[in-house]
Write a protein that binds this ligand. Structure first.
Ligand SMILES: C[S@@+](CC[C@H](N)C(=O)[O-])C[C@H]1O[C@@H](n2cnc3c(N)ncnc32)[C@H](O)[C@@H]1O
Length: 305
């Protein structure tokens, strides 16, 4: 199926990477505003896109399907200089059915150099994360990841079955994995945070999917996982327990190989050289602001063959 995906405005590089990781198929066209893909993608997981729509036509066709009820909404892309209202009227006049702006099937027209006439399948909403916001969780840790960022990391790993977070804190990544129906194991050295992660998993009813172990990851003997997704300890409030940061990271990265061939690592610095030394190839790298003044670096890696 051909899909039109409109990216969020924040960061096209992340939008593209997220779609590419989740897509089972090919990208037919791509700009900084949107992409058109052919294949299957679990678009309802996306957090850096606004809409996913099935393509009805490229350009306005003479005939369009009939709908019981529908609403046409046009979005102007950067290159479009004409009136979106006129496009809405023109497209609506070619559809048989009752206009219902509240409950009708949404026909989205994306107006750029070309007009893309589509049917909306999914629209992003920030509301989906409200209940799991860091401040809404029963166990609170200020360094914990917001659900949207946790979801992004899982998407960049294309996590589907079972994931390991070796530095899980109060479980920001584990919760999102659980909500997506992915099995997740978290390792946490601080007993208080390990208990917090367990409490959060119970509270959000993902405890059947999520397992938390109170242990030092470097000592932990675990099984194999589809991928590792983690936000590393930074050595301030998310402590290093007396270990030197570079030494901890480098030992951890080497140990990752015993558990998986794929990892997504978030850190407060560019760790590509250290990952390379430990046998990881960084396939995607990007830095972005988690809050106004907090910059983070994402590394999506595969084991070097
Ligand atoms: C940045 S925090 C993770 C936050 C987490 N992503 C969340 O959403 O709550 C890193 C965590 O790693 C834990 N940690 C540090 N060294 C560890 C080790 N050797 N083994 C396991 N956990 C460790 C810290 O206690 C801290 O909670």
């Amino acid at each position: 199926m051909r899909l039109f995906i409109l990216f969020a405005k924040e960061d096209p590089k992340i939008s593209k990477a997220e779609v590419h990781s989740l897509l089972d198929g090919k990208v037919l066209e791509e700009t900084d505003e949107y992409c058109v893909v052919d294949g299957s993608i679990d678009y309802s997981r996306l957090v850096f896109s606004r809409y996913a729509c099935s393509v009805l036509s490229e350009g306005v066709p003479k005939g369009l399907p009939a709908y019981k009820s529908f609403a046409v909404r046009a979005t102007k892309l950067k290159s479009f200089k004409n009136s979106a209202r006129e496009v809405e009227r023109d497209v609506a006049s070619r559809i048989k059915g009752k206009v219902d702006l509240e409950k009708g099937t949404v026909i989205r027209v994306f107006c750029g150099d070309e007009l893309w006439v589509t049917e909306e399948l999914w629209a992003y909403t920030q509301k989906q994360f409200k209940a799991r916001d860091v401040n809404a969780r029963p166990s609170f840790n200020p360094t914990s990841l917001q659900p949207k960022t946790a979801r992004l990391l899982l998407n960049l790993a294309n996590a589907r079955k079972n994931v390991l977070d070796p530095f899980c804190g109060v479980g920001g990544i584990l919760l999102e994995a659980g909500v997506l129906g992915i099995k997740a194991t978290g390792i946490e050295l601080d007993e208080k945070w390990a208990e917090g992660a367990t409490e959060n998993a119970w509270f959000y009813r993902v405890d059947k999917k999520v397992k938390i172990v109170n242990a030092d990851f470097l000592e932990w003997k675990g099984k194999e996982f589809e991928c590792i997704v983690t936000d590393l300890p930074y050595g301030k409030s998310s402590g290093l327990f007396g270990k030197k940061r570079e030494e901890l990271y480098s030992k951890a990265f080497k140990k990752f190989h015993t558990h998986t061939g794929k990892c997504v690592v978030m850190a407060q610095e560019d760790l590509r050289p250290l990952l390379k030394k430990a046998g990881w190839e960084t396939k995607f790298f990007h830095s972005f602001y988690v809050h106004k003044s907090m910059r983070r670096y994402i590394h999506a890696c595969s084991a070097k063959s």
